[in-house]
Ligand binder design. Structure first.
Ligand SMILES: Nc1ncnc2c1ncn2[C@@H]1O[C@H](COP(=O)(O)OP(=O)(O)O)[C@@H](O)[C@H]1O
Ligand SMILES: [Mg+2]
Length: 437
Protein backbone atom coordinates (compact mmCIF):
# COMPACT_ATOMS: atom_id res chain seq x y z
CA UNK A 1 0.00 0.00 0.00
CA UNK A 2 1.37 3.39 -1.02
CA UNK A 3 0.62 6.02 1.53
CA UNK A 4 2.79 8.76 0.02
CA UNK A 5 0.80 11.73 -1.15
CA UNK A 6 1.83 12.99 -4.57
CA UNK A 7 4.32 15.82 -4.41
CA UNK A 8 2.73 19.24 -4.82
CA UNK A 9 4.51 22.45 -5.75
CA UNK A 10 3.98 26.08 -4.81
CA UNK A 11 3.08 26.74 -8.47
CA UNK A 12 -0.39 25.36 -7.79
CA UNK A 13 -1.02 28.12 -5.25
CA UNK A 14 0.02 31.06 -7.38
CA UNK A 15 -2.48 33.91 -7.62
CA UNK A 16 -1.84 36.13 -10.58
CA UNK A 17 -1.51 39.78 -9.53
CA UNK A 18 -0.69 42.91 -11.48
CA UNK A 19 2.40 44.10 -9.56
CA UNK A 20 2.84 47.66 -8.29
CA UNK A 21 5.90 49.70 -9.10
CA UNK A 22 7.93 51.48 -6.38
CA UNK A 23 6.36 54.74 -7.45
CA UNK A 24 2.71 53.64 -7.17
CA UNK A 25 0.95 56.01 -4.79
CA UNK A 26 -0.35 54.93 -1.43
CA UNK A 27 -3.85 56.16 -2.40
CA UNK A 28 -3.88 53.87 -5.44
CA UNK A 29 -2.69 50.96 -3.34
CA UNK A 30 -5.55 51.55 -0.92
CA UNK A 31 -8.01 51.50 -3.81
CA UNK A 32 -6.57 48.22 -5.05
CA UNK A 33 -7.01 46.64 -1.65
CA UNK A 34 -10.64 47.67 -1.74
CA UNK A 35 -11.20 46.06 -5.16
CA UNK A 36 -12.98 42.72 -5.33
CA UNK A 37 -10.05 41.17 -7.18
CA UNK A 38 -7.56 41.46 -4.33
CA UNK A 39 -10.09 41.04 -1.55
CA UNK A 40 -8.36 38.03 -0.08
CA UNK A 41 -4.73 39.15 -0.38
CA UNK A 42 -2.93 40.42 2.71
CA UNK A 43 -0.31 42.27 0.67
CA UNK A 44 0.53 43.30 -2.88
CA UNK A 45 3.88 42.90 -4.63
CA UNK A 46 6.08 45.82 -5.61
CA UNK A 47 8.19 44.92 -8.62
CA UNK A 48 10.93 46.73 -10.48
CA UNK A 49 12.39 45.38 -13.72
CA UNK A 50 10.75 42.04 -13.12
CA UNK A 51 12.41 41.66 -9.70
CA UNK A 52 10.62 41.83 -6.41
CA UNK A 53 11.41 45.07 -4.59
CA UNK A 54 9.06 44.43 -1.68
CA UNK A 55 5.46 44.11 -0.58
CA UNK A 56 2.94 46.49 0.83
CA UNK A 57 0.47 45.06 3.26
CA UNK A 58 -3.13 45.91 3.96
CA UNK A 59 -2.00 46.29 7.56
CA UNK A 60 0.62 48.93 6.68
CA UNK A 61 -1.93 50.94 4.69
CA UNK A 62 -4.40 50.69 7.54
CA UNK A 63 -1.79 52.00 9.97
CA UNK A 64 -1.13 55.00 7.71
CA UNK A 65 -4.80 55.79 7.27
CA UNK A 66 -5.59 55.46 10.95
CA UNK A 67 -3.29 58.38 11.69
CA UNK A 68 -4.93 61.85 11.76
CA UNK A 69 -4.76 63.23 8.27
CA UNK A 70 -2.88 60.07 7.26
CA UNK A 71 -4.41 59.90 3.81
CA UNK A 72 -3.87 63.62 3.20
CA UNK A 73 -0.26 63.55 4.38
CA UNK A 74 0.89 60.20 2.96
CA UNK A 75 -1.66 59.40 0.23
CA UNK A 76 0.39 60.85 -2.58
CA UNK A 77 3.68 59.33 -1.44
CA UNK A 78 5.23 56.41 -3.35
CA UNK A 79 4.72 52.93 -1.99
CA UNK A 80 8.52 52.40 -1.90
CA UNK A 81 8.67 54.51 1.26
CA UNK A 82 6.36 52.24 3.18
CA UNK A 83 6.87 48.78 1.72
CA UNK A 84 8.44 45.76 3.37
CA UNK A 85 11.70 45.47 1.47
CA UNK A 86 12.33 41.93 2.71
CA UNK A 87 9.20 39.98 1.87
CA UNK A 88 8.94 36.20 1.96
CA UNK A 89 10.11 34.87 -1.41
CA UNK A 90 9.36 31.30 -2.40
CA UNK A 91 10.52 29.67 -5.62
CA UNK A 92 7.76 28.34 -7.83
CA UNK A 93 9.14 24.79 -7.79
CA UNK A 94 9.37 24.50 -4.02
CA UNK A 95 7.49 21.58 -2.50
CA UNK A 96 4.44 22.63 -0.55
CA UNK A 97 5.73 21.22 2.70
CA UNK A 98 9.09 22.86 2.39
CA UNK A 99 7.39 26.15 1.57
CA UNK A 100 5.19 25.75 4.59
CA UNK A 101 8.20 25.17 6.84
CA UNK A 102 9.90 28.25 5.44
CA UNK A 103 6.84 30.48 5.73
CA UNK A 104 6.08 29.19 9.19
CA UNK A 105 9.60 29.97 10.37
CA UNK A 106 9.55 33.55 9.05
CA UNK A 107 6.00 34.69 9.32
CA UNK A 108 5.00 37.48 11.72
CA UNK A 109 2.31 37.18 14.29
CA UNK A 110 -0.40 38.30 13.69
CA UNK A 111 -0.13 37.30 10.04
CA UNK A 112 -0.05 40.50 8.03
CA UNK A 113 1.71 39.31 4.86
CA UNK A 114 1.35 36.67 2.20
CA UNK A 115 4.39 35.42 0.30
CA UNK A 116 5.71 36.21 -3.13
CA UNK A 117 6.23 33.45 -5.67
CA UNK A 118 9.25 33.85 -7.92
CA UNK A 119 10.52 32.00 -10.95
CA UNK A 120 14.19 32.32 -11.89
CA UNK A 121 14.41 35.15 -9.35
CA UNK A 122 11.66 37.06 -11.17
CA UNK A 123 8.20 37.88 -9.93
CA UNK A 124 5.61 35.24 -10.84
CA UNK A 125 2.59 35.74 -8.56
CA UNK A 126 1.40 35.83 -4.98
CA UNK A 127 0.90 32.91 -2.63
CA UNK A 128 -1.68 33.14 0.13
CA UNK A 129 -0.68 31.81 3.55
CA UNK A 130 -4.28 30.72 4.09
CA UNK A 131 -4.33 28.62 0.89
CA UNK A 132 -1.04 27.06 1.92
CA UNK A 133 -2.54 26.05 5.26
CA UNK A 134 -5.69 24.71 3.60
CA UNK A 135 -3.66 22.65 1.18
CA UNK A 136 -1.56 21.25 3.99
CA UNK A 137 -4.63 20.36 5.95
CA UNK A 138 -6.11 18.57 2.94
CA UNK A 139 -2.88 16.74 2.43
CA UNK A 140 -2.78 15.69 6.09
CA UNK A 141 -6.35 14.46 5.73
CA UNK A 142 -5.50 12.41 2.64
CA UNK A 143 -2.47 10.99 4.38
CA UNK A 144 -4.54 10.24 7.44
CA UNK A 145 -7.11 8.44 5.33
CA UNK A 146 -4.39 6.45 3.57
CA UNK A 147 -2.92 5.55 6.96
CA UNK A 148 -6.30 4.51 8.27
CA UNK A 149 -6.86 2.29 5.23
CA UNK A 150 -3.38 0.81 5.64
CA UNK A 151 -4.12 0.21 9.30
CA UNK A 152 -7.40 -1.49 8.46
CA UNK A 153 -5.67 -3.72 5.92
CA UNK A 154 -3.00 -4.59 8.45
CA UNK A 155 -5.55 -5.37 11.13
CA UNK A 156 -7.60 -7.59 8.87
CA UNK A 157 -4.59 -9.51 7.62
CA UNK A 158 -3.45 -9.91 11.22
CA UNK A 159 -6.91 -11.15 12.16
CA UNK A 160 -6.77 -13.60 9.27
CA UNK A 161 -3.40 -14.91 10.46
CA UNK A 162 -4.62 -15.34 14.00
CA UNK A 163 -7.67 -17.07 12.66
CA UNK A 164 -5.45 -19.42 10.67
CA UNK A 165 -3.35 -20.16 13.76
CA UNK A 166 -6.58 -20.93 15.59
CA UNK A 167 -7.79 -23.11 12.75
CA UNK A 168 -4.43 -24.90 12.70
CA UNK A 169 -4.52 -25.55 16.44
CA UNK A 170 -8.19 -26.45 16.19
CA UNK A 171 -7.40 -28.85 13.35
CA UNK A 172 -4.55 -30.39 15.30
CA UNK A 173 -6.77 -30.70 18.32
CA UNK A 174 -9.68 -32.21 16.42
CA UNK A 175 -7.37 -34.77 14.78
CA UNK A 176 -5.94 -35.65 18.20
CA UNK A 177 -9.35 -35.92 19.81
CA UNK A 178 -10.71 -38.02 16.93
CA UNK A 179 -7.79 -40.36 17.44
CA UNK A 180 -8.42 -40.48 21.18
CA UNK A 181 -12.10 -41.20 20.68
CA UNK A 182 -11.35 -43.95 18.20
CA UNK A 183 -9.56 -46.15 20.73
CA UNK A 184 -12.36 -46.47 23.29
CA UNK A 185 -14.89 -46.51 20.46
CA UNK A 186 -13.07 -49.50 18.94
CA UNK A 187 -13.14 -51.60 22.09
CA UNK A 188 -16.66 -50.58 23.06
CA UNK A 189 -17.74 -51.82 19.65
CA UNK A 190 -15.95 -55.18 19.89
CA UNK A 191 -17.17 -55.62 23.49
CA UNK A 192 -20.75 -55.09 22.38
CA UNK A 193 -20.29 -57.61 19.53
CA UNK A 194 -18.88 -60.15 22.01
CA UNK A 195 -21.67 -59.48 24.48
CA UNK A 196 -24.20 -59.99 21.67
CA UNK A 197 -22.57 -63.39 20.95
CA UNK A 198 -22.64 -64.35 24.62
CA UNK A 199 -26.21 -63.25 25.02
CA UNK A 200 -27.20 -66.03 22.57
CA UNK A 201 -26.17 -68.60 25.22
CA UNK A 202 -28.29 -66.73 27.78
CA UNK A 203 -31.20 -66.77 25.34
CA UNK A 204 -30.66 -70.53 24.88
CA UNK A 205 -30.71 -70.98 28.67
CA UNK A 206 -34.02 -69.17 28.84
CA UNK A 207 -35.38 -71.30 25.97
CA UNK A 208 -34.25 -74.56 27.61
CA UNK A 209 -35.73 -73.54 30.96
CA UNK A 210 -38.98 -72.70 29.23
CA UNK A 211 -39.04 -76.16 27.53
CA UNK A 212 -38.25 -77.86 30.85
CA UNK A 213 -41.08 -76.02 32.56
CA UNK A 214 -43.52 -77.01 29.80
CA UNK A 215 -42.40 -80.65 30.00
CA UNK A 216 -42.83 -80.68 33.78
CA UNK A 217 -46.29 -79.18 33.56
CA UNK A 218 -47.35 -81.52 30.72
CA UNK A 219 -49.14 -84.48 32.35
CA UNK A 220 -48.80 -86.55 29.18
CA UNK A 221 -45.01 -86.07 28.87
CA UNK A 222 -42.96 -89.26 29.26
CA UNK A 223 -39.92 -89.57 31.52
CA UNK A 224 -37.48 -89.63 28.56
CA UNK A 225 -38.72 -86.27 27.33
CA UNK A 226 -38.53 -84.74 30.80
CA UNK A 227 -35.05 -86.14 31.36
CA UNK A 228 -33.67 -84.71 28.11
CA UNK A 229 -35.26 -81.34 28.92
CA UNK A 230 -33.58 -81.42 32.34
CA UNK A 231 -30.22 -82.27 30.72
CA UNK A 232 -30.49 -79.46 28.17
CA UNK A 233 -31.26 -77.02 30.96
CA UNK A 234 -28.33 -78.25 33.06
CA UNK A 235 -26.00 -77.92 30.07
CA UNK A 236 -27.15 -74.35 29.51
CA UNK A 237 -26.70 -73.44 33.17
CA UNK A 238 -23.23 -74.97 33.11
CA UNK A 239 -22.27 -72.97 30.08
CA UNK A 240 -23.63 -69.69 31.38
CA UNK A 241 -22.82 -69.90 35.08
CA UNK A 242 -19.93 -72.32 35.50
CA UNK A 243 -18.29 -71.39 32.19
CA UNK A 244 -17.98 -67.88 33.58
CA UNK A 245 -20.05 -66.41 30.81
CA UNK A 246 -21.93 -64.09 33.12
CA UNK A 247 -18.77 -62.74 34.70
CA UNK A 248 -17.29 -62.33 31.18
CA UNK A 249 -20.32 -60.29 30.25
CA UNK A 250 -19.99 -58.19 33.39
CA UNK A 251 -16.38 -57.42 32.51
CA UNK A 252 -17.35 -56.52 28.96
CA UNK A 253 -20.06 -54.16 30.18
CA UNK A 254 -17.80 -52.54 32.78
CA UNK A 255 -15.08 -52.03 30.14
CA UNK A 256 -17.58 -50.60 27.72
CA UNK A 257 -18.96 -48.21 30.30
CA UNK A 258 -15.41 -47.06 31.06
CA UNK A 259 -14.82 -46.52 27.34
CA UNK A 260 -18.05 -44.58 27.02
CA UNK A 261 -17.18 -42.36 29.96
CA UNK A 262 -13.78 -41.68 28.36
CA UNK A 263 -15.53 -40.67 25.17
CA UNK A 264 -17.91 -38.51 27.21
CA UNK A 265 -14.97 -36.82 28.95
CA UNK A 266 -13.29 -36.07 25.62
CA UNK A 267 -16.49 -34.65 24.22
CA UNK A 268 -16.84 -32.40 27.29
CA UNK A 269 -13.25 -31.23 26.85
CA UNK A 270 -13.85 -30.59 23.22
CA UNK A 271 -16.94 -28.59 24.07
CA UNK A 272 -14.90 -26.41 26.43
CA UNK A 273 -12.32 -25.81 23.76
CA UNK A 274 -14.60 -25.39 20.83
CA UNK A 275 -15.85 -22.10 22.17
CA UNK A 276 -12.59 -20.46 21.16
CA UNK A 277 -14.39 -17.35 20.01
CA UNK A 278 -16.54 -17.04 23.05
CA UNK A 279 -15.48 -14.38 25.52
CA UNK A 280 -17.26 -15.31 28.71
CA UNK A 281 -16.01 -14.76 32.21
CA UNK A 282 -16.61 -17.57 34.68
CA UNK A 283 -15.27 -19.09 37.87
CA UNK A 284 -13.05 -22.02 36.92
CA UNK A 285 -10.59 -24.32 38.57
CA UNK A 286 -7.19 -24.06 36.89
CA UNK A 287 -6.44 -27.70 37.79
CA UNK A 288 -9.42 -28.68 35.67
CA UNK A 289 -8.28 -26.40 32.85
CA UNK A 290 -4.88 -28.09 32.92
CA UNK A 291 -6.45 -31.56 32.90
CA UNK A 292 -8.68 -30.49 30.07
CA UNK A 293 -5.70 -29.19 28.05
CA UNK A 294 -3.71 -32.33 28.85
CA UNK A 295 -6.59 -34.48 27.66
CA UNK A 296 -7.06 -32.52 24.49
CA UNK A 297 -3.34 -32.58 23.74
CA UNK A 298 -2.97 -36.18 24.88
CA UNK A 299 -2.34 -37.48 21.41
CA UNK A 300 0.73 -35.25 20.96
CA UNK A 301 1.90 -35.24 24.57
CA UNK A 302 1.67 -38.91 25.52
CA UNK A 303 4.22 -40.01 22.94
CA UNK A 304 6.73 -37.47 24.24
CA UNK A 305 6.40 -37.24 27.99
CA UNK A 306 5.22 -38.58 31.25
CA UNK A 307 2.94 -36.08 32.99
CA UNK A 308 3.64 -35.34 36.63
CA UNK A 309 0.84 -33.43 38.32
CA UNK A 310 1.30 -31.46 41.51
CA UNK A 311 -1.89 -29.54 42.12
CA UNK A 312 -2.74 -27.14 44.90
CA UNK A 313 -6.29 -27.56 46.11
CA UNK A 314 -7.92 -24.22 45.77
CA UNK A 315 -6.92 -23.16 42.25
CA UNK A 316 -10.19 -21.53 41.34
CA UNK A 317 -10.08 -18.16 39.56
CA UNK A 318 -12.25 -15.87 37.47
CA UNK A 319 -11.27 -16.04 33.79
CA UNK A 320 -12.34 -16.70 30.22
CA UNK A 321 -11.89 -20.47 30.39
CA UNK A 322 -11.64 -21.13 26.67
CA UNK A 323 -8.78 -18.61 26.39
CA UNK A 324 -6.87 -19.92 29.41
CA UNK A 325 -7.29 -23.47 28.07
CA UNK A 326 -5.76 -22.27 24.83
CA UNK A 327 -2.77 -20.78 26.71
CA UNK A 328 -2.17 -24.08 28.54
CA UNK A 329 -2.54 -26.13 25.37
CA UNK A 330 -0.06 -23.87 23.54
CA UNK A 331 2.53 -24.14 26.30
CA UNK A 332 2.03 -27.89 26.79
CA UNK A 333 2.31 -28.50 23.03
CA UNK A 334 5.53 -26.47 22.92
CA UNK A 335 6.86 -28.46 25.89
CA UNK A 336 6.14 -31.76 24.15
CA UNK A 337 7.69 -30.47 20.93
CA UNK A 338 10.85 -29.42 22.83
CA UNK A 339 11.44 -33.00 24.01
CA UNK A 340 13.46 -35.01 21.55
CA UNK A 341 12.75 -38.61 22.58
CA UNK A 342 10.85 -39.16 25.81
CA UNK A 343 10.90 -36.93 28.86
CA UNK A 344 8.68 -35.47 31.50
CA UNK A 345 6.36 -32.50 31.81
CA UNK A 346 5.64 -31.31 35.30
CA UNK A 347 2.41 -29.41 35.80
CA UNK A 348 2.12 -27.60 39.12
CA UNK A 349 -0.35 -25.13 40.62
CA UNK A 350 0.24 -22.97 43.67
CA UNK A 351 -2.65 -21.01 45.10
CA UNK A 352 -2.25 -17.73 46.95
CA UNK A 353 -4.81 -15.39 48.39
CA UNK A 354 -5.09 -13.08 45.39
CA UNK A 355 -3.60 -15.15 42.58
CA UNK A 356 -2.75 -18.64 41.39
CA UNK A 357 0.59 -19.64 39.83
CA UNK A 358 0.71 -22.33 37.19
CA UNK A 359 4.10 -23.91 36.44
CA UNK A 360 4.65 -25.97 33.31
CA UNK A 361 8.12 -27.45 33.20
CA UNK A 362 9.69 -29.72 30.63
CA UNK A 363 13.09 -31.35 30.48
CA UNK A 364 13.43 -30.74 26.75
CA UNK A 365 16.08 -28.98 24.75
CA UNK A 366 15.63 -25.55 26.36
CA UNK A 367 16.63 -22.41 24.50
CA UNK A 368 19.48 -19.95 24.36
CA UNK A 369 19.02 -16.40 25.62
CA UNK A 370 18.80 -15.08 22.03
CA UNK A 371 15.73 -17.26 21.39
CA UNK A 372 14.20 -16.74 24.83
CA UNK A 373 14.11 -12.98 24.26
CA UNK A 374 11.98 -13.35 21.14
CA UNK A 375 9.54 -16.14 21.93
CA UNK A 376 6.60 -13.80 22.59
CA UNK A 377 7.10 -11.91 19.31
CA UNK A 378 4.41 -12.66 16.76
CA UNK A 379 5.65 -15.03 14.05
CA UNK A 380 8.86 -15.90 15.86
CA UNK A 381 9.47 -19.61 15.45
CA UNK A 382 12.46 -21.93 15.37
CA UNK A 383 10.35 -24.70 13.92
CA UNK A 384 10.19 -25.88 10.34
CA UNK A 385 7.70 -24.33 7.92
CA UNK A 386 4.34 -25.97 8.49
CA UNK A 387 5.29 -27.10 11.97
CA UNK A 388 5.25 -23.77 13.74
CA UNK A 389 3.44 -20.52 13.05
CA UNK A 390 5.20 -18.59 15.78
CA UNK A 391 1.87 -17.25 17.02
CA UNK A 392 1.13 -19.61 19.93
CA UNK A 393 3.09 -17.73 22.57
CA UNK A 394 2.27 -14.25 21.31
CA UNK A 395 -1.43 -15.07 21.53
CA UNK A 396 -0.89 -16.66 24.96
CA UNK A 397 0.96 -13.57 26.16
CA UNK A 398 -1.86 -11.34 25.02
CA UNK A 399 -4.49 -13.49 26.72
CA UNK A 400 -2.59 -13.52 30.02
CA UNK A 401 -2.01 -9.78 29.79
CA UNK A 402 -5.70 -9.11 29.18
CA UNK A 403 -6.41 -11.14 32.30
CA UNK A 404 -4.00 -8.81 34.14
CA UNK A 405 -1.72 -11.77 34.73
CA UNK A 406 1.99 -12.37 34.21
CA UNK A 407 3.85 -14.90 32.16
CA UNK A 408 7.45 -15.71 32.88
CA UNK A 409 9.90 -18.17 31.39
CA UNK A 410 13.15 -19.68 32.55
CA UNK A 411 15.16 -21.91 30.32
CA UNK A 412 18.49 -23.68 30.36
CA UNK A 413 19.84 -25.11 27.14
CA UNK A 414 19.75 -28.92 27.03
CA UNK A 415 18.14 -28.98 30.47
CA UNK A 416 14.62 -27.70 30.03
CA UNK A 417 12.19 -24.85 30.23
CA UNK A 418 9.71 -23.65 32.82
CA UNK A 419 6.80 -21.35 32.11
CA UNK A 420 5.10 -19.69 35.07
CA UNK A 421 1.71 -18.14 34.50
CA UNK A 422 0.33 -16.00 37.32
CA UNK A 423 -3.38 -15.28 37.13
CA UNK A 424 -5.34 -13.05 39.51
CA UNK A 425 -8.34 -14.53 41.32
CA UNK A 426 -10.65 -11.66 40.32
CA UNK A 427 -11.11 -9.70 37.12
CA UNK A 428 -11.63 -6.06 38.08
CA UNK A 429 -12.23 -4.85 34.53
CA UNK A 430 -14.04 -7.60 32.62
CA UNK A 431 -14.66 -5.35 29.60
CA UNK A 432 -10.90 -5.44 28.87
CA UNK A 433 -11.19 -9.13 28.03
CA UNK A 434 -11.48 -9.57 24.29
CA UNK A 435 -10.41 -11.93 21.61
CA UNK A 436 -6.63 -11.69 21.14
CA UNK A 437 -5.79 -9.54 18.10
N1 LIG B 1 9.18 -25.35 26.09
C1 LIG B 1 9.98 -24.83 25.15
N2 LIG B 1 11.25 -25.28 25.01
C2 LIG B 1 12.07 -24.77 24.08
N3 LIG B 1 11.72 -23.79 23.21
C3 LIG B 1 10.47 -23.31 23.30
C4 LIG B 1 9.54 -23.80 24.26
N4 LIG B 1 8.38 -23.12 24.12
C5 LIG B 1 8.57 -22.25 23.10
N5 LIG B 1 9.82 -22.35 22.60
C6 LIG B 1 10.39 -21.54 21.49
O1 LIG B 1 9.54 -20.46 21.25
C7 LIG B 1 9.21 -20.39 19.87
C8 LIG B 1 7.85 -19.75 19.69
O2 LIG B 1 6.81 -20.55 20.21
P1 LIG B 1 5.34 -20.37 19.68
O3 LIG B 1 4.97 -18.92 19.76
O4 LIG B 1 4.46 -21.34 20.36
O5 LIG B 1 5.44 -20.71 18.14
P2 LIG B 1 5.69 -22.11 17.44
O6 LIG B 1 5.45 -23.19 18.45
O7 LIG B 1 4.69 -22.12 16.35
O8 LIG B 1 7.10 -22.07 16.95
C9 LIG B 1 9.30 -21.82 19.39
O9 LIG B 1 9.54 -21.91 18.00
C10 LIG B 1 10.49 -22.33 20.21
O10 LIG B 1 11.72 -21.98 19.62
MG1 LIG C 1 3.70 -23.27 19.69
Amino acid sequence: MNIAVSCQRVRELAVSVEPLTPTTKINDVADLFLSERYRELLCLPVVENGKVAGTISRYAIMKIFLQSYGREIFGARPVANFMNAKPLLVDINTDIEEASRYVHAHISNPITEDFVIIEDNHFFGMGMVLSLLELLEKRAETRNRALQTANRHLKSSQARLIQSEKMASLGQMVAGVAHEINTPLGYVQSNIELAADLSQSVALLADNNQSLLSALLDKTADDGHIESAIQASIDSVDEVVKGGLLSDMNTLFADSLHGLSQIGELVTNLKNFSRLDHVKLSQVNLNECLDSALNIGRNIIKQKAEIIRDYDQDASIECVASQINQVFLNILTNAAQAIEHYGSIKVKTRARETFVDVHIRDNGRGMPETVRKKIFDPFFTTKAVGEGTGLGLSISYQIVQQHKGLIDVRSIENKGTEFVIRLPRKQLNPSALQEPT
